[in-house]
Design a binder for this molecule. Sequence first.
Ligand SMILES: [Zn+2]
Length: 232
Amino acid sequence: MLEQLKEDVFKANQRLVSSGLVVLTWGNASGFDPATGLVVIKPSGVDYDRMTAADMVVVDLDGKVVEGNLRPSSDTATHIAFYRNFAGVKGAVHTHSVEATAWAQACREIPAYGTTHADTFHGPVPLTRILTEQEVTEAYEANTGKVIVERFRDLEPLAVPGVLVAGHAPFTWGRDPQDAVDHAIALEAIAKMARLTEAVNAAKPAPGLVPYVGEKHYQRKHGKNAYYGQIR
Ligand SMILES: [Zn+2]
């Protein structure tokens, strides 16, 4: 069942690795089929180089396995929260990509510092609250989904296609699994640019090269009496 979606979800998972967003097994992608109300998701803890499309697991919106021999991703309940609550969302991704995760760990939303950001995110990349101890104990993954949905009470998920979970890492989503991967890649680039923007802005101007040393280096290589390298 859902063979095409399994293929799409499998490829989305592979792309998380090839794009450098995921190392080891720290990530997962899923897809949603609204017609059947079923979710296709990566199996839990399986090496990416051994994984095939047939290993993708089909679950219903209660998280019950409908088809597949492997256990679904441990983050399945979080993905399900998106498909239950975010209209039009049919793909979701979770990574611990370094730059975006750094903002999540710093418990900071990512301000919109430029057009690269605005091309993908309508406004800052939001940050969730920290889960309570009770939320973690009773249903960690489902409640991670709950705090994300709560954060989007006044936001449009397809206009702001991702979030930072405080102290954890990013989740992104989209109109299909590949769209969700695109947003994960964009988020990582935006997070890096924002960090560098703040670093450049906070830094004092560097002292710069002494003019006569710069002149010496240019002239000894390119000047009339250049002596750098071998005589040709
Ligand atoms: Zn995680």
